[in-house]
Design a binder for this molecule. Structure first.
Ligand SMILES: Cc1cc2nc3c(=O)[nH]c(=O)nc-3n(C[C@H](O)[C@H](O)[C@H](O)COP(=O)(O)O)c2cc1C
Length: 209
């Protein structure tokens, strides 16, 4: 019989929000309690000019009505692919909660002010590392990289101000779709898909597992 308080028949963990952000924030907070480490970790898929997808793990650094923010090296493979094709997908998997969230949409660069503010919040060693790493470029030896780290440690000693490197910034993914997935017995999982509408509202659909 249909439950009048829960007409969709979904697990209470999905709540009843008209937009996906509150549910995402709830699940992320619950992951922060339940997961061993890195609850903000997600896989980011991008696509190159030949249509070849590539995927890698990143850490989420912001979630708001504007979208989902991550930071990286602007000379990296992912950044090149995003410049060529600003469409991307994110996938969060919270193992202890047996939950997945998939988000897809378009990316834009965050403002310099926003990137500066986030970079300033990083610890000194991470700031120096951002200068030293030519992320995703080939290097001759590990020693070559260690040499660069030493040079930048000398340039920016502990306690000194480290400016944000010009090749380091963030992207904002504005979601067009957000899908929440919850494990259920016998693989009868539950899926709720939010799709952005032209007027700014969201439609909702339940999907077969
Ligand atoms: C848990 C985890 C979190 C990571 N977070 C970031 C991140 O926030 N930014 C980043 O540039 N790379 C991060 N990395 C490294 C990336 O997975 C990847 O190796 C790097 O960004 C180069 O990717 P690309 O060559 O596809 O551009 C992380 C790796 C792991 C395993």
């Amino acid at each position: 019989m249909e439950d009048s308080l829960n007409p969709r028949g979904l697990n209470a963990a999905f709540g009843n929000d008209p937009a996906p952000l509150p549910l995402f924030q709830r699940w992320l907070a619950e992951a922060g309690e339940a997961e061993l480490n890195d609850p903000t970790a997600f896989a980011l898929a991008t696509v190159d000019a030949a249509g070849q997808p590539s995927v890698r793990m990143l850490l989420l650094k912001g979630a708001s009505e504007a979208g989902f923010v991550f930071y990286t090296n602007m000379n990296s493979r992912k950044a090149g692919e995003l410049r060529g094709n600003p469409k991307a997908s994110m996938c969060f998997h919270w193992k202890n909660l047996c939950r997945q969230v998939r988000i897809s949409g378009s990316v834009t660069l965050v403002s310099d002010e926003e990137a500066d503010a986030y970079f300033a919040s990083r610890d000194h060693a991470s700031k120096v590392g951002a200068w030293a790493s030519l992320q995703s470029s080939a290097m001759a030896s590990r020693g070559e990289f260690e040499q660069r780290v030493m040079e930048y440690r000398a340039k920016y000693p502990e306690g000194s101000d480290v400016p944000r490197p010009p090749h380091w910034s963030g992207w904002l993914l504005q979601p067009g779709e957000v899908e929440f997935w919850l494990n259920a017995d016998a693989r009868l999982h539950e899926r709720l898909l939010y799709t952005a509408q032209a007027d700014g509202s969201w439609s909702q659909a339940l999907l077969y597992p």
